[in-house]
Design a binder for this molecule. Structure first.
Ligand SMILES: Cc1cc2nc3c(=O)[nH]c(=O)nc-3n(C[C@H](O)[C@H](O)[C@H](O)COP(=O)(O)OP(=O)(O)OC[C@H]3O[C@@H](n4cnc5c(N)ncnc54)[C@H](O)[C@@H]3O)c2cc1C
Length: 402
């Protein structure tokens, strides 16, 4: 079985501790042409991670097996932002092997500008329902005024909210995190607001059977425009969007997990955003697979569909509507069923170093998606856990579930 992690064992020398990843096409393995014991896939693109000390040797082996090196990327230096080295570093007969990509520019990611002990006291601008008639539960889009403060953020971060009041011990409530649903410019494009997408937590107490409502989510879902709200953060670097305008972004969302993806998609495709960000004119591929119980629960449906209609080649929108659609076995259509249906395409996409996969929403979504991808990886003779770990290491597999 092909192991995409490291070819040629562990690095030994100082320079050998630098790792490079080869994207290779057209490999054929043949016992006569390849005497080394690294098993390799027969067709398609494969990724081989090679310590510096073995680069020459590995290139020669790839050549022997009829492979063509498409790109060489330094793994542990520059490849932290979805940027691979240009394919210009061709085989060069084992001489000059790679001109490593210049270090990816570190993003200016603000963190913890406002701490729980000294939160920003901001004002709510608006609080709008997002669930249509016939949908389940309450989900609100809440826009908060940041003007006059230093609060700023980038797409993919979260904000903390401290609800008013005290807990059962009489202590102030602790903060809860909410994914930011707006772009860094805010919904009004004036860099002065942050928007959240909040579902009111509601469940039956398992002992008493009484309906219980979540503290902070109820506070936010019921908050009136003009009311004050304590905001902390921003926090989080797990869900940042790469700067690469040509990236492939796969987004897997359930319910309010759409929040960071709304921010990404608005940044990619909204006219005002494209005007405001001349250095980010997205022309890659964005694919959102969105799981909800009912059509009426498709949050931001109209706008998502508008963007999809305007950018049909760049934005694919796939719903999994569990209470209305059926999967191939006649059961409910959950997000993992859609992932399974599309697994071959997703698999092909994630072979490309430009592809980033993001997952956001209910914690329960992870296992089903993993199982669907594991089955597809196995078909390709690859162990999914290893592959996912490698993607994670390359900052191409991003998960924020709660
Ligand atoms: C990084 C991150 C991002 C998040 N983003 C969002 C977002 O964008 N939108 C959003 O709506 N939420 C989001 N959340 C979740 C959010 O932080 C809160 O956890 C959520 O709103 C519930 O808080 P609460 O104060 O209303 O509930 P609480 O009053 O704190 O109640 C929660 C507690 O209720 C109990 N409970 C919950 N369900 C059940 C059940 N079925 N049976 C028995 N007991 C139960 C559990 O003990 C649980 O800890 C995010 C969380 C994280 C960590």
């Amino acid at each position: 079985m092909y192991n995409p992690s490291v070819s040629g064992g562990s690095a030994t020398s100082v320079s050998g501790s630098r790792l490079f990843r080869y994207e290779v096409k057209g490999l054929r393995q043949n016992a006569e042409t390849d005497k080394m014991d690294n098993p390799i896939r027969k067709s398609g693109s494969v990724f081989i991670t090679v310590p510096y000390s073995r680069m020459n040797q590995e290139m020669q082996r790839i050549t022997r097996m009829g492979g063509e090196i498409v790109s060489i990327t330094p793994v542990n230096e520059a490849d932290t932002n979805g940027q691979s080295a240009p394919a210009a570093t061709q085989q060069d007969n084992g001489k000059s092997m790679t001109q490593a990509t210049p270090k990816a520019k570190k993003k200016d990611v603000p963190v913890n500008l406002y701490k729980p002990k000294d939160p920003l006291i901001a004002k709510v601008i608006s609080n709008e329902p997002l669930v249509g008639e016939g949908g389940s539960g309450i989900v609100q889009h809440i826009k908060i005024d940041l003007s006059g403060s230093d609060y700023h953020y980038v797409e993919g971060q979260s904000a903390g909210i401290i609800p008013d009041g005290t807990d059962e011990k009489g202590k102030p409530h602790k903060l809860r995190l909410y994914s930011i649903a707006s772009t860094q410019h805010g919904d009004d494009m004036d860099d002065k607001t942050v928007s959240l997408c909040v579902r009111q937590l509601e469940y039956q107490d398992p002992e008493s059977g009484e309906t219980v409502y979540g503290t902070c989510s109820s506070f936010l879902c019921n908050i009136e425009p003009g009311a004050e709200v304590k905001v902390t953060g921003p926090v989080g670097k797990e869900m940042l969007l790469p700067d690469d305008e040509d990236a492939k972004i796969i987004m897997l969302a359930t319910g309010t997990g759409i929040a960071p993806f709304r921010a990404y998609l608005w940044r990619m495709f909204k006219d005002a955003e494209r005007e405001a960000n001349p250095d980010y004119q997205f022309h890659g591929k964005a694919w959102l697979i969105f799981g909800v119980p009912y059509t009426a629960n498709i949050l931001y449906k109209e706008e998502l569909e508008e963007l999809q209609a305007k950018y049909p080649d760049n934005f694919e929108l796939t719903y999994a509507i569990s209470r209305e659609q059926q999967n191939a076995e006649g059961g409910k259509m959950y997000i993992q069923n859609r992932v399974a249906e599309n697994a071959a395409r997703i698999w092909e996409m994630i072979q490309d170093p430009k592809t980033h996969t993001y997952m956001c929403g209910l914690k329960g979504m992870e296992d089903g998606i993993d199982a669907a991808m594991a089955a597809e990886a196995e078909k390709n003779g690859i162990n999914w856990d290893d592959f996912r770990k490698q993607m994670k290491k390359e900052h191409r597999w991003h998960v924020e579930t709660y």
